[in-house]
Design a protein around this ligand. Structure first.
Ligand SMILES: [Zn+2]
Length: 91
């Protein structure tokens, strides 16, 4: 059994991360994300390239939902739902 996360959803303000380490930092956090959990990415432009990278590395593993789409700020909630074969028993 897993419990629903009741605390604040982790937030990554991409603007505060140096460009050269942005994607690595985000992928580190995504990799640490438990099934059923999510995090929110904040950026000053559409982080669409990141979405493509996630889909390339982890096809179908993460969800992507825009909470805000500009014009000055983008917020995206990235979730990691259980899959049919994740084997963590949280179904
Ligand atoms: Zn699972």
């Amino acid at each position: 059994m897993t419990t629903t996360e009741t605390g604040a959803t982790p937030l990554i303000d991409v603007r505060m991360i140096a460009p050269f380490e942005r994607h690595q930092r985000i992928f580190d956090m995504l990799g640490a994300l438990g099934h059923g959990a999510s995090l929110i990415i904040v950026n000053d432009h559409d982080p669409r390239p990141l979405r493509a990278q996630i889909e390339m590395r982890h096809p179908g593993e993460y969800s992507w939902e825009y909470l805000q789409q500009g014009p000055d700020l983008w917020r995206v909630e990235i979730g990691r739902p259980h899959t049919s074969d994740c084997g963590c028993g949280g179904h």
